[in-house]
Design a binder for this molecule. Sequence first.
Ligand SMILES: O=c1nc[nH]c2c1ncn2[C@H]1C[C@H](O)[C@@H](COP(=O)(O)OP(=O)(O)OP(=O)(O)O)O1
Ligand SMILES: [Mg+2]
Length: 197
Amino acid sequence: MKEILIATKNKGKVTDFRALFDKYGIEVISLADLAETIADIPETGSTFEENAVIKAEAIAKMLQMPVLADDSGLEVTALNNRPGIFSARYAGEEKNDQKNLHKVLTELEGVASDDRSARFVCALAVAEPGQETFVKRGVCEGVITAQPVGTHGFGYDPIFQPIGYDKTMAQLSTKEKNSISHRGNALEKLEEWLKLR
Ligand SMILES: O=c1nc[nH]c2c1ncn2[C@H]1C[C@H](O)[C@@H](COP(=O)(O)OP(=O)(O)OP(=O)(O)O)O1
Ligand SMILES: [Mg+2]
């Protein structure tokens, strides 16, 4: 495989995937690189896996080519695992990363550091016309910080400190993040599929 289409409109995910696929020598193409404009696929599933499969199968059918889709988000234990699959629109339809992470911080006001555990979850689905779809989950455990710190990455990275680190995900380089992230972890589980193609 020389290139792979990632069925996402999220630039932060594309940056992560470019670095992840670099080591396989595979070029990443995103929906933003296509000449045609692809409408948003409604994420109507009730799990990350269902949503990843919905996105992958819809785009594979539309473009008649193999695609990889990512559905991911943040689960905060003290918030009964919210925002979960609603992470992108947690503070409103406009999908604003700053508003989303501040909503989480506000909801955790007064919650002690011991009770701020959280995890990033990523479901990756690969779909190909006429073939069985595969989906795998990756997880990265951590804690929610008191304030946003760091400028790298995207989404909730500035408030997420992975276990064993004294930095947030937004203070790590893309390479360091990928080596421990939910996304990197899920992609490792799809290596078999990648090698077959
Ligand atoms: O590594 C990450 N670091 C920080 N935040 C992250 C990460 N991975 C997912 N997230 C957050 C961002 C967004 O709030 C939600 C994904 O929502 P999700 O629907 O999968 O993506 P999206 O709507 O932005 O793009 P698309 O559906 O076109 O792939 O979780
Ligand atoms: Mg989405």
